[in-house]
Design a protein around this ligand. Structure first.
Ligand SMILES: C[S@@+](CC[C@H](N)C(=O)[O-])C[C@H]1O[C@@H](n2cnc3c(N)ncnc32)[C@H](O)[C@@H]1O
Length: 267
């Protein structure tokens, strides 16, 4: 018989949810999460316009919205936005931010892998920094395909933060050294503790993309889920250039050398 202490109904999804619930408090204080300049905002707008066009009242579902950074960008562009996240502390901040800015954004608590939304109900689905942590991305992409209207588009913004180049690893090391010497103003600001970093690594080792969410692998799964016109866009330079002004020197360079991308696909 299995020992009682070995039985747990706390699964990987619960751990991911708990991890982000704890990260919510400092999330918006970190450059790379919240937007800290008009230049960065304009660069994000340009990316969304390029792939999705102006909102013109179309419906957008921003999955794993966190504190709603992307939801606000979509709202700026005229989409009718629903933000969904499964971490209540993130949603609390998202709701407070939208209220403070006078935005009509609807927020729902829910799982991006099983949205419970109707078939063919959204024109656009977006998500930033979600895919790397999905437990079952193929099932999830099928779910997004179901929820999108025919001709609807998904836009994924993500990266492979596991298979890093020698240059990226060197820059990461220099960032750490600079922060220990008190020279990197951003590196420790709101950064996760050593305990949180361990939790992050334990989670990462068990998700589907534990070996890294390379754009080609994500694009392949989107095609398997029924999406067409899958376009991979690595042209994130304007965003990274704007973000660099709020990062320490080495961290800004590190970001620019990472495998980051936007992928757009159509139902
Ligand atoms: C790195 S944060 C990104 C937040 C936001 N998209 C952004 O870019 O600012 C990841 C978010 O994904 C949420 N998340 C992760 N997996 C999820 C899932 N299966 N369903 C809903 N939310 C999820 C977490 O709660 C967290 O808020």
């Amino acid at each position: 018989m299995q020992a009682l202490s070995a039985i747990s109904n706390h699964d990987l999804r619960d751990e991911i949810k708990a991890y982000w619930s704890l990260r919510a408090e400092t999330f918006d204080s970190q450059p790379g999460h919240e937007i800290f300049s008009e230049e960065e905002k304009a660069a994000w707008h340009a990316l969304f316009l390029k792939h999705l066009g102006q909102g013109q009242g179309r419906s957008a579902l921003d999955l794993a919205c966190g504190t709603a950074v992307v939801s606000h960008l979509l709202d700026d562009l005229g989409f009718r936005v629903t933000g969904m996240d499964w971490a209540e502390p993130m949603l609390e901040r998202a709701r407070a931010k939208a209220k403070a800015r006078g935005r009509q954004i609807r927020f729902l608590m829910g799982d991006a892998e099983r949205t419970m939304e109707d078939d063919d109900s959204y024109d656009v689905i977006t998500n930033r920094h979600l895919v790397w942590t999905l437990v079952d991305p193929l099932a999830c992409f099928k779910e997004w395909h179901r929820v999108l209207k025919p001709g609807g588009k998904v836009l994924i913004v993500d990266g492979d933060f596991v298979n890093t180049s020698k240059l990226t690893r060197l820059l990461k090391m220099l960032t750490r050294m600079a922060s220990r010497a008190g020279l990197a103003r951003d590196a420790l600001h709101g950064a996760p503790s050593a305990d949180m970093a361990d939790t992050h690594n334990r989670i990462l080792s068990r998700v589907h993309f534990s070996g890294g969410a390379h754009a080609d692998a994500v694009a392949d799964l989107l095609r398997q889920a029924g999406f067409s016109k899958v376009t991979v866009d690595h042209n994130m330079g304007a965003i990274h250039k704007a973000q660099r002004k709020n990062f320490s020197f080495f961290k800004g360079l590190e970001r620019a050398t990472q495998h980051r991308y936007a992928i757009c696909a159509e139902k």
